[in-house]
Design a protein around this ligand. Structure first.
Ligand SMILES: Nc1ncnc2c1ncn2[C@@H]1O[C@H](COP(=O)(O)OP(=O)(O)OP(=O)(O)O)[C@@H](O)[C@H]1O
Length: 252
């Protein structure tokens, strides 16, 4: 997969009278983790949904590398290189780790979707499957049925399924939600490792994790960007301190 970045220009989304996202520009670069933070209702999930194609923009433009992908449906964006981890919704609970990741790898390969036989016979699919399982830290867990995995391991499985699609961009919506401290540590390490070969956008409420992971930070409030840049600069921004960061701003 080429080293593409994702750029949104003046993106907007209205739900009736609500401006959920207004004039948002954001640049997600290869080799970087870009965190989007903001209070509840700021528009973060809507932004992710606009980037992945689950929602259609009311205005603005989205570019993957040089290509305008604003009008593409989610499956076309996925093929173009945008991978999104969904919280458990894409996992087949009765299938093994290997089967789940293999299905994701196969969906990317355009081969006809066959559950047994065909997919495992394709060496490229098999290679991508095992690579993704290894990168997500699930080596040795291939035969385990998904619904007996721990909460943290299920999150790792979702990330493995995204990696199997060989994405340029990875979108992560609250990857640490509902996680204990030990589980969170291993997911944070996994997310940190993704920047080596991908551009990563993460929406997350855990500020300690955000400041540990983010190379770049965008802060949203009421659908708009109120600050964007390097974390050490953003955390000193008066509007950000006032709106959101509290003690994290003071600690800078
Ligand atoms: N499908 C929808 N229909 C109508 N309004 C919506 C819809 N989705 C989001 N909104 C509204 O858009 C605004 C932004 O919501 P969004 O979920 O993107 O915020 P968020 O920053 O992700 O919040 P949270 O941190 O609580 O998840 C909110 O006012 C919300 O009520």
């Amino acid at each position: 997969m080429p080293e593409l970045g994702l750029r949104a220009e003046r993106l907007g989304k209205r739900f009736g009278g609500v401006r959920a996202v207004a004039d948002v520009s954001v640049d997600i670069k290869h080799g970087e983790i870009h965190a989007v933070i903001g209070p509840n209702g700021a528009g973060k999930s809507t932004l992710i949904n606009l980037l992945s194609g689950e929602l259609t923009a009311s205005s603005g433009e989205i570019r993957l590398g040089d290509a305008d992908i604003t009008g593409l449906a989610p499956d076309r964006r996925a093929r173009a290189g945008i991978g999104r981890a969904f919280q458990k919704t894409t996992i087949f609970p009765r299938f093994s780790v290997h089967e789940n990741v293999r299905l994701a790898a196969q969906a990317r390969s355009r081969a006809p979707l066959r559950m047994f036989g065909g997919a495992s016979a394709d060496p490229a699919v098999q290679r991508r499957t095992l690579e993704a399982i290894g990168k997500a830290g699930l080596a040795g867990r291939e035969a385990i049925v998904a619904n007996v995995l721990s909460h943290g391991e299920q999150r790792q499985l979702e990330i493995a399924m995204v990696l199997a699609t060989n994405p340029s961009i990875i979108l992560l919506d609250e990857p640490l939600a509902g996680m204990g401290q030990a589980e969170a540590r291993s997911i944070i390490a996994l997310i940190a490792s993704l920047r080596e070969r991908h551009a990563v956008l993460i929406v997350e409420h855990d500020m300690d994790a955000v400041f540990e992971l983010a190379d770049r930070l965008t802060v949203m409030q009421d659908g708009q960007v109120i600050a964007s840049g390097l974390p050490q600069d953003v955390r000193r921004h008066p509007a950000v301190r006032a709106a959101y960061l509290g003690n994290h701003g003071d600690a800078a």
